[in-house]
Design a binder for this molecule. Structure first.
Ligand code: UTP
Length: 296
């Protein structure tokens, strides 16, 4: 089985939940502490052995392309001022020429369509998909855990986490065939089920390892739930045609940075994890809580 060395980053969504900010700032450039969401996604992909980074972008996302470019003037200024630590931080964001590719999704027709836009760059090999909105704090980065598990299982693999039944309607939910611990085999998945229809409590989140067959399935798919071309439908086709789709219970904490509440939670969690910010931030949070308790 060929090693997973390519990852698709679908970043062509409209980001309406963050309007008005996303009128001019791509959601993926918004920062957790001092690093944009996309940097967390790239670092995770690198740790998993990804060598080719494919961005599916849209109009108004040029800030993303600039972010990965070199910044010679800024570098020059930092060098002149002897700010070597900042220079190192800056350089760590550069991508090698030829490592990164941008492809346009001309209309926001859904995640499945965005992935399909990258079909020619992916070719005939397994590939990863990372949604930068889902930021995962983990000792071993989530995609690395998945790549290691996938080397044993093959097939398609989706990251899964347990959710309360009333939350199921916000996710794709796995129909579990056999539970083997970290890995579950599935009979398929249901996109955004009503709580009473959810086949399990395992929700799919934004990390996937997919076979090239998914691109062929997407070729045939018409619009699904919400008038969009759903990636879930292309994955479900695999199960219907007798090929394996696994869920992977990753070890780590996922933050839904596509929602305001999730983004704020991640900001606090990542701030508290930073030695240079921890004391000041936790003192502030303690104060905030005691003032609120006193007021009640
Ligand atoms: P979301 O469902 O979060 O949509 O997409 P969105 O447009 O980014 O945000 P809201 O809901 O309007 O606030 C999940 C992922 O799929 C990508 C998004 O960029 C995000 O990474 N996506 C979605 C596309 O690339 N193209 C699409 O047509 C839809």
């Amino acid at each position: 089985m060929k090693k997973v060395s390519k990852a698709i980053f679908p970043v062509a969504g409209l980001g309406t939940r963050f309007l008005p900010a996303t009128k001019s700032v791509p959601k993926e450039i918004m920062t957790l502490v001092d690093r944009p969401l996309i940097q967390y996604a790239i670092d995770e992909a690198r740790a998993a052995g990804i060598k080719e980074f494919i961005f599916v972008t849209s109009r108004g996302k040029s800030a993303l392309e600039d972010y990965f470019d070199q910044a010679p003037e800024l570098e020059h200024q930092l060098r002149k001022k002897g700010k070597d630590d900042l220079l190192e931080i800056l350089k760590s964001t550069n991508m090698e020429s030829g490592q990164i590719a941008y492809i346009r999704q001309h209309k926001a027709l859904g995640l499945g369509h965005a992935v399909w836009c990258a079909r020619r760059l992916v070719g005939n090999e397994p590939f990863a998909v990372i949604l930068p909105d889902d930021v995962i704090a983990a000792e071993t980065p989530c995609l690395q855990q998945m790549v290691e598990a996938h080397a044993e299982t093959g097939g398609c693999m989706v990251a899964a986490m347990e959710v309360a039944p009333e939350k199921a309607s916000s996710y794709g939910v796995l129909d579990v065939k056999e539970d083997m611990g970290s890995v579950v085999s599935t009979r398929g998945m249901v996109e955004k089920p009503a709580p009473e229809d959810a086949p399990s409590n395992l929700a799919v989140i934004g990390r996937y390892i997919l076979t090239p067959q998914i691109m062929r399935n997407l070729n045939k798919i018409k619009t699904g739930a919400g008038g969009e071309i759903q990636l879930t439908d292309a994955i479900a086709t695999e199960v219907q045609e007798g090929r394996e789709v696994y869920g992977y219970r990753f070890r780590g904490q996922r933050f839904d940075c596509g929602s305001k509440a999730g983004f704020l939670q991640a900001t606090v969690a990542f701030g508290l994890a930073r030695p240079d910010l921890r004391d000041e931030l936790s003192a502030y949070l303690d104060e905030l809580v005691s003032v609120r308790n006193a007021a009640q």
